[in-house]
Design a protein. Structure first.
Length: 278
């Protein structure tokens, strides 16, 4: 059996927000795959402060964080891409002016502004369980610093922006006016809250996977990626096999090579079994 490089999204793929836990079957699948010699990496939109040591009990080879902007392998940082400063200040000023809530994901810590804080505290986590990226933000807001405490030097360590608003039109206006050094998208949410992400242009989960494969000198033909949200599309298309969870966004399912069962139906374990990783 050829060794595979496996890349796992967290929210809605590995972590079930309905139970606030990783399914036991997923833990077993990862441990068994690792024992069979496969490489296993987290590939997530979460920043380092949102991940912390929450997954240290898993036999992981590394992390691709903030949608490819921060990469570590065996606890060694191999890549970091900081947000262009002019573009960052443009986005922050626009969001503050138009009352768009936001978080800034940094290399060592992340920041939550007042608008987002108020929205999160008027929104119950259970309302977002069908939207993994929104549920992630609600779950991890207590790990962030308030935006009012940000210092000038902190701006240089920002990797990604997440935004939240009840006014989708103003969010669309922001997306249409982004400088060409950055790019972004809005999620198709089932909630009343529009949310999205703004990233460095040319930095994605897919480019993160490419850097990892180059670093460990591993062929793309033996790569497998698992995801459920819009920010997973590029990595599912880039990897040799792209797997979408049964609970995933319909647009993600369209590009996947294989749609497994939902996370609450042992979807990760089922896919590992079908792909003969166990």
């Amino acid at each position: 059996m050829n060794k595979k490089a496996i890349f796992l999204d967290i929210d809605g793929t590995l972590f079930d927000h309905n139970t606030n836990s990783i399914p036991e079957s997923a833990i077993f699948a990862i441990q068994s795959a690792k024992q069979n010699g496969h490489f296993i990496f987290i590939c997530t939109g979460r920043g380092i402060s949102e991940v912390g040591n929450d997954f240290s009990f898993l036999p992981l080879d590394g992390y691709i964080l903030s949608c490819g902007a921060n990469i570590s392998i065996h606890k060694k940082n191999i890549y970091t891409a900081s947000f262009p400063q002019d573009a960052l200040h443009y986005c922050v000023n626009f969001m503050k002016k138009h009352h768009i809530g936001f978080t800034l994901d940094g290399y060592s810590k992340s920041f939550l502004d007042g608008e987002a804080y108020d929205m999160f505290h008027s929104f119950k986590l259970g309302q977002a369980n069908n939207d993994s990226e929104l549920a992630r933000a609600l779950l991890n807001e207590n790990k962030m610093f308030h935006f009012s405490s940000i210092k000038s030097i902190d701006y240089y360590s920002i990797l990604k922006i997440s935004l939240f608003s009840k006014n989708r039109k103003v969010c669309e206006k922001l997306m249409q006016s982004l400088p060409n050094t950055i790019t972004g998208f809005l999620n198709t949410s089932t909630s009343s809250l529009t949310h999205g992400e703004i990233m460095i242009n040319g930095v994605t989960k897919a480019t993160g996977i490419k850097k990892v494969l180059n670093y460990i000198r591993f062929p793309i033909e033996d790569s497998i990626a698992f995801g459920d949200s819009l920010n997973d599309i590029e990595m599912l298309k880039f990897s040799n096999i792209g797997v979408c969870m049964g609970n995933g966004d319909k647009e993600v399912k369209k590009v996947a090579d294989f749609v497994t069962k939902s996370i609450d139906k042992n979807g990760l374990y089922y896919a590992f079994l079908k792909l003969k990783l166990l």
